[in-house]
Design a protein around this ligand. Structure first.
Ligand code: SF4
Length: 365
């Protein structure tokens, strides 16, 4: 069995480690690129959301490299994610790829975790349940460590004294990650680069703008689809915080286990006056986290959403009310395969300019 999975930011690091710990051959898809998007767009329904198209592209690129089993997140939801796996399986079968697709359901209780572990058991062919459980725990640990590392990158980049140092370091980190095998090697690399990051000289006195990113998880965490917005903003001297990341997403599924903590309750409480129910995807988080950013005096919020994303369209109709009531600037950016880089960055630069002037004005009056 040669397994692959779709890209979504750095989630590949944890997935690769889990499977390698279990002795399964992993064929990670190449980094998302124009080629990935072109392949995915060609074989997907025209109006479907962009994560669907890119993940189809990931699968086909991996299959061409020899993968025969696809591992993906799915299950029942009120938005399109609920039928991603069925439709993608159909598309790949129609293209003549004899693949097996293993779909993981959200972990809502011990039974679901057990189902997941049984799927890992089938993939790896091992009967040792303890080994499987240990690999699963290591995967979750790595996911949290990688997200912590990224958060540190986002803090240091806008403050670095010598421009480009963080980016150079991050490029090296990614190259080493792609070659690393198993939990131990990956952990050592994360630790090494965390230390290297802390050694970068920073200007602590710099007056830094703070922007929170809300929206659909794929568009927030996958740099290819958001045109590396976090890096761009960081290089413009803006500290960026992502409201939804893969580790938090998994922690929210598992927080019925006493030692796992997530911010789900706080987010729902913050969203309560505007949206008090689940409507799919991360819409409730978009609302709750925008309120939280306003409460924490962030300078502004950027809302990222895929074209035709149902939950985020609803969220975007509520955000203008929050913007008015909480007095926080919000920029909405819709992403699809037609997104033009020039127009996109012009809007972002204009937004940052507005936030800087707003801050200056507030200091004067
Ligand atoms: S949240 Fe939006 S983009 Fe994601 S699967 Fe659902 S509809 Fe598509």
């Amino acid at each position: 069995m040669k397994i692959t999975f779709p890209h979504m930011g750095n989630i590949y690091i944890a997935l690769k480690a889990v499977f390698e710990e279990l002795g399964v051959e992993v064929i990670p898809p190449p980094k998302c690129s124009k080629n990935t998007l072109e392949i995915g767009t060609k074989h997907s329904p025209e109006l479907i959301c962009i994560p669907f198209k890119i993940t189809v592209g990931n699968y086909i690129e991996s299959i061409k490299r020899g993968a025969d089993t696809l591992f993906m997140w799915g299950g029942c939801d009120v938005c399109r994610i609920g039928f991603y796996n069925t439709l993608q399986k159909e598309i790949l079968r129609n293209l003549g790829y004899p693949i097996e697709l293993i779909c993981v359901e959200p972990f809502k209780n011990i039974k679901e975790i057990n189902n997941f572990l049984q799927k890992l058991q089938r993939i790896s062919g091992t009967k040792n349940y303890l080994k499987i459980f240990a690999a699963f725990v290591k995967g979750i640990k790595l996911l949290n460590e990688v997200d912590d590392f990224d958060a540190l990158v986002h803090k240091i980049r806008p403050r670095e004294v010598s421009k480009g140092e963080v980016d150079q370091l991050y490029d090296k980190f990614e190259k080493e990650m792609y070659l690393a095998r198993g939990y131990k090697e990956i952990t050592i690399i994360i630790k090494k680069y965390k230390e290297a990051l802390k050694n970068i000289q920073i200007n602590e006195k710099r007056d830094i703008l703070k922007i929170g990113i809300v929206g659909e998880i794929y568009t927030v965490v996958e740099p290819f689809i958001n045109l590396d917005i976090i890096k761009r903003l960081g290089n413009m001297g803006v500290e960026v915080h992502r409201s939804v990341v893969s580790s938090e997403f998994i922690n929210e599924q598992l927080d019925f286990i006493p030692f796992i903590h997530s911010e789900k309750e706080e987010v729902h409480r913050a969203a309560k006056n505007y949206l008090d129910t689940e409507i799919g995807g991360h819409a409730r988080h978009t609302i709750g986290n925008t309120v939280r950013y306003a409460q924490e005096h962030y300078d502004g919020v950027i809302h990222l959403l895929p074209f035709t994303c149902m939950p985020e369209i609803v969220a975007s109709s509520i955000l203008p009310t929050i913007k008015k009531e909480k007095d926080i600037p919000i920029l909405k950016i819709i992403l699809d395969e037609m997104t033009g880089e020039v127009g996109y960055f012009t809007r972002i630069e204009a937004f940052v300019d507005l936030l800087e002037r707003r801050r200056m004005y507030r200091k004067i009056v």
